[in-house]
Write a protein that binds this ligand. Structure first.
Ligand code: NDP
Length: 329
């Protein structure tokens, strides 16, 4: 029986949780119609919460966390997949209620998988990861609401994080003028190298603001929530759109309806976990086409399963720049 290494998170009897590397075998795997040999995973903000236990992301114990992975199908009884297919998985509760990407193998539902786009490696797919795929969903939402390059500046908040970095690179590559909001001024050169035209200190946006303020941008990608999202909305131009995907500052939204009813601003909610297949496939096809893979490589660091507990704490402390890929298989 084939053995593989995994990071297993377990509940402690006396409270709290442990995260340790263990050896598992095929018979330990959960139910599913496709078994994937996982090659790469990544560290997303939600993985940080799951591995540290800072929020109740894990809802089944013990758990192999890892909300995304890329790998090769080992066996399948699902009509869409056969042994040897290269696949990507994002979300669907994987790493929360179903064993995820921090193990050498994962058994999942074939309906959850998308094909690795032509020309993309499994490591590149995880350099993008759920953060980058979510950034693409945000860009698609801005476009769906009529935003085009030339419409005006686009604000990206949490810009030096995973979602933010990919959003800056994608939007700049598509021809938008990007304003990158960050709490790490030392990352200004990094953000400019991704294509940001200007940097905003996040303290400008993170405190309580007015219901409506001077119009500054045509749209925004917000991975921060709370006052930052409220201020992003209050400073969006007439008819603009804000895509909200994150809560790095907080889950609250201390805003007023003024931007909606006086400026016709749209707030577009972005969910990557349960997004339908068609949207996922479109996002991954667009990522293969629209994202500069040189820039992607420049924002990505590589780690091992052993590094994940440390990286989990760092991402929650806002100390991870860009993206981290985890070599699993
Ligand atoms: P990262 O930790 O990589 O990035 C978050 C960034 O937010 C940080 O780098 C930092 O950017 C900024 N930030 C952190 N703390 C604060 C704070 N207190 N106030 C203001 N800004 C802060 O995480 P990800 O990019 O992976 O994820 C970003 C958010 O998006 C998370 O909340 C995550 O849960 C959410 N998310 C949601 C998804 C969905 O389906 N809706 C999918 C994926 C992610 P800087 O240093 O530049 O200021």
């Amino acid at each position: 029986m084939s053995q593989f290494k995994a990071l297993l998170v377990s509940k402690r009897e006396e409270g709290g949780q442990t995260a340790e590397i263990v050896e598992l075998s095929d018979s330990d795997l959960m139910e599913g119609d496709v078994t994937v040999a996982v090659e790469w995973s990544t560290v997303n903000y939600k993985d940080g919460l799951a591995v540290t236990g800072k929020a109740p992301v894990v809802r089944r114990w013990p758990m192999v966390p890892g909300i995304d992975f890329a790998g090769r199908v080992e066996s399948s009884t699902h009509p869409d997949w056969k042994a040897g297919d290269n696949v990507i998985l994002n979300g669907w509760g994987v790493g929360e209620t179903h064993w995820g990407g921090y193990g050498g193998k994962a058994r999942v539902k074939g309906d959850w998988l998308v094909p690795l786009p032509d020309g993309m490696t499994s490591q590149q797919a995880m350099a993008i990861g759920t953060a980058g795929y979510t950034a693409m969903l945000c860009v698609m939402a801005l476009e769906q609401h009529g935003l085009k390059p030339g419409a005006g500046d686009i604000l990206v908040t949490g810009a030096a994080g995973g979602v933010g970095s990919v959003a800056v690179a994608l939007l700049a590559g598509l021809g938008y003028r990007v304003l990158a909001s960050t709490g790490r001024p030392q990352e200004a050169d990094y953000l400019k190298s991704l294509g940001a035209a200007d940097i905003i200190d996040r303290s400008e946006l993170s405190g309580p603001g007015k219901p409506l303020a001077k119009e500054r941008w045509a749209g925004a990608v917000d991975s921060v929530g709370s006052h930052t999202l409220a201020n992003a909305l209050a400073q969006t131009r007439y008819g603009g759109v804000v895509a909200a995907c994150g809560l790095a500052q907080g889950m609250d939204l201390p805003a007023s309806v003024a931007p909606f009813i006086l400026r016709g601003v749209t707030l577009a909610g972005i969910d990557s976990v349960m997004a339908p297949q068609a949207k996922r496939r479109e996002a991954w096809t667009r990522l293969a086409r629209d994202l500069d893979h040189g820039k992607l490589a420049a924002i990505t660091q590589t780690a091992t399963l052993e590094d994940v507990p440390r990286l989990a704490s760092e991402i929650l402390a806002g100390q991870v720049r860009g993206r981290v890929t985890v070599k699993v298989g």
